[in-house]
Write a protein that binds this ligand. Sequence first.
Ligand SMILES: [Zn+2]
Length: 262
Amino acid sequence: MFERYTEKARRVIFFARYEASQFGSPYIETEHLLLGLLREDKALIHRCLPSQATVESIRNQIEAHTTIREKTSTSVDLPLSNECKRVLSYAAEEAERLSHKHIGTEHLLLGLLREPRTFAAQLLNSQGLSLDTAREIVSKWQKTTEASHEIVKIHGEECDAGYVQAQLPELQKFAWRKRQWKPLDILVEISSGRTFFDITLMDDLGFKLVVGGWPREFCSLCYWELNADGGSEHASGYTNGREWLCTECYEKFLEPLDKARG
Ligand SMILES: [Zn+2]
């Protein structure tokens, strides 16, 4: 069902499910989707709700509104509430309306606003964000990204130029250096099998160290896989010490900007 979703939009659903399980909710509700959006697409949220205090206040209101039940295991596949299902079909309609091939986070936001009786929509409305305003912001933003970019091809495949453009301001904040990809050592929580990245917690008895336990990473722009055994094209990329970009994305998008900056 999520084939047409951009990676970011998929992560919103993933986080929404996570938030729902943390609250012990039997369904993924619209407010969990909203929390997923706040977490995943700070650039979009910033354009629509410029003040950081607003974002905090929304988060607090959701927490205050929720009866916290016992946490559900994150491995349980929580279903979407009916409102959420409608939000997702509205999101698809919004993408259609803007003739976007992919369903992105901006469409999910518009979808949320089209279900006006839900808690998520009420929170957004109370912060001054109406459906009309949000549509205006999204289409204006789309025009600027379209004007500045044609179709881009990465690794021989056409990719979402608007998406790439939108990520660049954030990526530009970092210094990128070429590095060989090496599998990372990680900690694994013994009781649950979940991953923990900070190995300074090694002496915590609840965790065991797995050397090279994180074998691959993905390019933050095109999701090209970096790994140690997929041949030279996959073996190195550019990193800011945390995230990775494939060589092609770095050279195509960030290097020109770095050069222009001198
Ligand atoms: Zn890439």
